[in-house]
Design a protein around this ligand. Sequence first.
Ligand SMILES: [Fe+2]
Length: 213
Amino acid sequence: MTDHKTPPLQIGDNIAWMFATPMIGYQWPDSADLNRELESLVLQREADDNTIRNSNAGGWQSTDDLLSWGEPCTDELKHRFQTLLMAVLRETSADKSAPIRTRFRLDCWANVNREGDYNVVHSHPNALWSSVYYVSSGEPNSDIPYAGKLEILDPREAATYIQTQKSAQNERCIVGNEPGFMLMFPSWVKHMVHPHRGTKARISIAFNALAVG
Ligand SMILES: [Fe+2]
């Protein structure tokens, strides 16, 4: 149904994208030494600890007090999480110049996924912002799509009903897991981790910021 007499409407300025969901990705520079120290520490803790299972199917999750382990590498990671959190709070505030008065409790834990391990669909109840930092991608098999990748699920449940190609209404959000990469997102957003396929351990560190006042 094309009317050749009427030029196409230019409606770019007429579209309002409502209810956008912020996804903040930040690649920290100079992370090789930090990641080496974190990998060594996490694997040692895994060897010493009992397995805790929350969202993981297989694999290992540490206790959620990683930020108080008192090691130089965990202190540096705490600094990174806090720095990004403050930037996110500032940037997503209606008044970017207003001081941030919300107080938070910070929970943080390590995840180790090996061949076949994955994380089921979940959100992070009671937290406000969540984050993940990648220590090692575990040398995933590049022949297997999404191996070990985090997928953010579209919170607009009905949106995937529309299946026209390349529609902004029908996108998948697959997140890379390069070492040093940190993703921060609203804690209510559902997500999952596809099964890891790789010879080395995929190591990530998760973080919750819970508002306490
Ligand atoms: Fe998660």
